[in-house]
Design a protein around this ligand. Structure first.
Ligand SMILES: [Zn+2]
Ligand SMILES: [Zn+2]
Length: 293
């Protein structure tokens, strides 16, 4: 039996976040932070039908994570999972509410299931009450999504350690932030313990996770003004060189695009131990025919 896992960032950054995650036939959206129309367009680009999404998981109630939620859900009727605090934020924010029977309340630290996939929501240090990340488990495999992290806390560390793949925040370069044009209070917020994760702290997290078995890293939620894909990548690659870890050989690293779907991380158990990594957006057909690199 082939076990195929896919993780595809659809949009990433303060302009809007959404990621597609699939474990065999069970499909998730993590966050719906762009217009419903753009989410549908991104799903189509990666060969997915919005009606086939089994569940939507929301990390927190900042608009770059929930912007298109109500419209999308009213149209496609998908069940939504969020913490109680996040629900309060969503309900306060929405103008035309979706049907409440689609709402599910989850608790940080308490695993819940959707079909054959178990999901562990874990608390994230961020300035949104009830903010969480998610770790997915299925048939002994696991991947994690952890963005909007003021720091790589013990709780986050313990929740995601051992994941095969992780989408992790690399929001800003500290020099670019402090030398940049953001107003001082905003600089303090971003750089604070409840703001976002800088490249350097992300690199430390990547090293720790790599030392504990993680091989696939997707850098996400990059700041447009205070970071660049090249700056973030360089920081991580340099830190990993200190571990004698070579990109593309010992570990895989990609950066999530801001405005369009990114490369898919595809993990597949072909035999005992073969993991395949795709370097293009992989459609379902390609997965089924094994047309992967
Ligand atoms: Zn946020
Ligand atoms: Zn955010």
């Amino acid at each position: 039996m082939n076990h195929c896992i896919q993780m595809i960032p659809l949009y990433s950054g303060s302009s809007g976040n959404a990621a597609f995650v699939q474990f065999e036939g069970t499909r998730f959206l993590v966050d719906v932070g762009c217009t419903a129309k753009s989410i549908v367009s991104a799903l189509e680009q990666v060969g997915q039908n919005p009606f086939s999404i089994d569940a939507i998981l929301i990390t927190h109630d900042h608009s770059d994570h929930i912007k298109g939620l109500d419209v999308f859900v009213r149209k496609y009727g998908i069940h939504i999972y969020a913490t109680e605090h996040t629900w309060r934020g969503i309900h306060a924010w929405q103008t035309k509410p979706h049907p409440e029977e689609l709402d599910h309340v989850i608790l940080p630290g308490v695993t819940f299931s959707v079909s054959h996939v178990d999901i562990l929501p874990f608390s994230t240090p961020h300035d949104a009450a009830g903010s969480v990340g998610f770790r997915f488990f299925c048939d002994g495999r696991s991947i994690s999504v952890a963005t909007d992290l003021g720091h790589f806390s013990e709780e986050v560390k313990n929740a995601v350690v051992g994941s095969e793949a992780i989408m992790i925040e690399a929001n800003y370069d500290r020099d670019m932030l402090w030398n940049g044009s953001y107003p001082w209070p905003l600089k303090k917020r971003v750089d604070g313990e409840w703001g976002h994760l800088c490249n350097l702290d992300c690199a430390d997290a990547v090293i720790y996770l790599y030392q504990n078995g993680t091989k696939h890293f997707v850098l996400a939620h990059l700041s447009q003004e205070n970071n660049s894909p090249m700056t973030a990548e360089k920081e991580i690659v340099r830190a990993m060189e200190g571990q004698s870890a070579i990109r593309g050989e010992h570990y895989f690293l990609t950066v999530a695009n801001r405005y369009c779907p990114s490369e898919a991380v595809v993990l597949r158990m072909v035999s005992e131990e073969t993991v395949i990594y795709g370097d293009t957006v992989i459609t379902e057909t390609m997965v089924e025919t094994g047309d992967l690199q």
